[in-house]
Design a protein around this ligand. Sequence first.
Ligand code: ZN
Length: 153
Amino acid sequence: MSLDIDITELYQELILDHSKRPRNRGELPGSNHQADGHNPLCGDRITVFLKIEGGRVVDAAFVGEACAICTASASMMTEKLKGLTVQQVETVFGDFHDLLTGHVAVADVAQRLGKLAALSGVQRFPIRVKCATLPWHTMKAALDDRAEPVSTE
Ligand code: ZN
């Protein structure tokens, strides 16, 4: 068995776990940033909540009706964001987006992204890339206090 297969299996287990038992799902009392996102191609709809204090994400959560990939991505994203500065969030957003759109190799960003690298396999399924990136674009809209809902179309 090659190392590649081991990693792929590990990644799939991680995604499955987060889609079945999403972390940070629910409204966030005391959140001061939020935005809605919609992916018409799949039907994913989510709302991302952020509580930001002193330029740092102190809490993050999401609600929505979304497919397994979108739910897993939102779950892992909210876990990752907690404790990061807004500047660090921008960096992680950039890394994640570059990874899923095939602009960087997993090895180049895996250390910074941690578990999020598990979603790299999605890049082989272009239709699923929008599912995985929707929570991130929605989070970015919340961060920027954009009023209009995010759409992947
Ligand atoms: Zn989806």
